[in-house]
Design a protein around this ligand. Structure first.
Ligand SMILES: Cc1cc2nc3c(=O)[nH]c(=O)nc-3n(C[C@H](O)[C@H](O)[C@H](O)COP(=O)(O)O)c2cc1C
Length: 193
């Protein structure tokens, strides 16, 4: 596995700007968990803040609320099956890291479990407490405190999606376990005047 490189916080939004399905990681005390989320997006520039929808009934939500932190890992195409698996099982009774053989490392700032093997990038995030919305909404807001990416697919603040890194192309859920890969990258050129 190629070593991940830090991503400048001002570029962190680019890691999820294009709407990839992500893995939301969490931990509190001895407990840890991971689930799939198709709904996440950047919402603020500086400091970088994101929104991610985490159903109030999930175990992930419980751990995120208790710990005030979460990880957003961006799986590559090689992790389609794993992404679907962690999105269709609950960690309430099983440690999904053990059950699915997922290796994790500790985030540099908050110690959130983060996944690199098979992922294109990760963002370590601090939950923004929103007492007036906490009980009503599934949407969670969080500030990105650290980010890193596999330089084969994201380097110098930009994605590079081509035939050489298919396994790291991000995945986008169409529903019912069907995904498409981000591919066929086109560079827009200046036109007109
Ligand atoms: C591809 C995919 C995308 C999903 N996206 C979301 C999402 O954006 N938000 C959400 O709350 N649940 C989403 N889910 C469902 C959760 O991943 C699922 O409820 C999971 O079992 C929760 O696990 P937990 O109870 O261990 O936290 C998605 C599931 C799949 C398979």
């Amino acid at each position: 596995m190629t070593q991940f490189l830090p991503v400048a916080l001002e570029h962190a939004s680019r890691l999820i700007n294009h709407g990839p399905t992500v893995l939301v990681t969490s931990a509190h005390g001895e407990r840890r968990n991971v689930m799939a989320a198709a709904w996440s997006m950047p919402v603020e520039f500086t400091p970088p803040r994101i929104a991610v929808v985490i159903d109030k009934n999930t175990y992930t939500r419980e751990l995120v609320a208790a710990s005030g932190r979460l990880g957003i890992c961006v799986p590559g195409a090689a992790l389609v099956d794993l992404t679907y698996a962690v999105g269709t099982t609950s960690g309430r009774d099983t440690d999904k890291f053990d059950a699915f053989g997922i290796q994790s490392l500790q985030g540099p700032v908050l110690g959130v479990p983060l996944i690199e093997a098979g992922c294109a990038a990760w963002l370590e995030c601090r939950l923004i407490s929103e007492p007036h919305t906490e009980d009503a909404y599934d949407t969670c807001f969080a500030e990105v405190v650290a980010a890193a990416a596999d330089p084969r697919v994201f380097a110098d603040g930009h994605w590079n999606v081509d035939a050489s890194n298919v396994d790291l192309h991000t995945i986008h859920h169409l529903g019912a376990g069907k995904f498409v890969r981000a591919s066929g990258m086109q560079q827009a050129k200046a036109i007109g005047q």
